[in-house]
Design a protein around this ligand. Sequence first.
Ligand code: HEM
Length: 490
Amino acid sequence: MGGQDKFWKLQRASGYLSPGPLPLPILGTLWCFGFGWHQGTLFSAKAYGKIFTVWVGHMPMIVVNGFHPVKHVLINHYEETSWRITTPFLRDTMNGKGILFSSGRCWKEQRLFVMSTLRLLGLGRKSIEHCVKEEASHMVAFFASKRGKPMDPFFSTFHAVANVISSMVFGHNFCTEDETFCKLVECIEYEANFFLSTFHLLYETFPWLMCHLPGPHQKAFSCLEFIHSFVRNEIRWHKEKKKTEDPRDFIDFYLDEISINKGDPESTFDEVNLVHVVYDLFMAGTDTVASTLRWALLFMVVHPDVQEKVQMEIDAVLTPFQCICYEDRKQMSYTNAVIHEIQRFKYVLVAGNYRLCSKDTTMLGFPIKKNTVIIPDIASALYDPEQWETPHQFNPNHFLDKDGHFFSRDAFIPFSMGQRLCLGASLAKMELFLFLTNLLQAFTLQLPEGVKELNTTPAKGRFVVQPYPYTICAVPRKVTAWREGGLLPK
Ligand code: HEM
């Protein structure tokens, strides 16, 4: 087909869709957004209103914009929008398995099982909170070992968060020097970032060609294989040990579920799905939390007044070296507000919840065909000017009432809404609170000598929105001296 024919075919197809910039053959509408897919891609298209179309090549994607439209689609159209997108790369890597990229029966069964097992593990003797506290104390020890010298918190935060998932899933954690675990962490990071690369786009467009060519996509496949074989080894080890009593972990419970469903040919519980589910927990639960934590540390340095208020609150609620519990957040309105504001202001997902429309329908007044990609843009709710007093400013007061008490906001939806709501939300909130408060109880975070400021713009090319690498100094605190000086309540 000639270039002109292609152009007019595209224009005809876009005629019935919601408004959006002019699509061009091959380029789609990415030409208006600097050819990249990042948070700004959607921001710059917002002039088109509450629902608009962007084209990636010849594929239309319907973007829903603003808190109320996003809520409407995720809640009122939950049935039509609960499918996940399938692309050549996802087909060749995930094959419709696990939770994150599955749909239909597989997704429903696996999701229900993971949710109930996470609840069980939270209640267990070696509860999830215990695992988070253990990792928080390792992180404090690591920061202390730097003795106030400049350090990059990247690896320690990623390692701590990955270890929480490890403890929950495998029943044990890994030391920082463990080479296999370091490789696992590296592979998770590589996989996540591959999704925004040009080679990923090339693979989605020419899968039959790309699978024979060398390039970063081949490394993405080998990273995936490394993670899968890591998990398969753990499964083998669990089968040999066959634990039936506490402390039990996610793999123990899943292996029981496979045995229970053995006679059912329709069951989706098998070892292949187990590998994919564990992979999903690492992929969804590591970079997201670690990046949010790194934004939080960065903002404490950039806003020393906020850091000081958080420390004052910690000191008012706890004695200097008293262990912090998740329950303590109820007495720490300001700290809680700061964590919420960081999650809002530096939202870590570019567009975390791509969905596929499962039948022909009408949404917000526009017809949507079966198999059309829908992106209810969560960031647009977190920056919605109708919901937030100062949407583009870091302002913990968004979550504080006039008496300084914490209150939650309807438009605060970083974990999405509806049927596919993040199933690690409670864990993520607990991790962010415990990691940050433990660090600020022990240290004051500062700029290294000679450094005037830190870059607070997001690093380019990352699937999970994160800061550029930075170094800070964690200076041990002199809480007792302050208290004696009458600056803190005795
Ligand atoms: C700050 C941290 C986190 C953020 C901002 C976040 C956000 C999200 C979002 C927006 C979704 C997509 C929901 C949708 O499609 O509407 C999601 C899904 C998911 N998240 Fe999280 N998440 C975080 C941490 C975690 C953690 C710690 C875990 C694991 C323990 C986790 C596991 C998952 C899983 C398995 C899904 C797929 C749910 C499904 O498709 O049914 N997430 N998350």
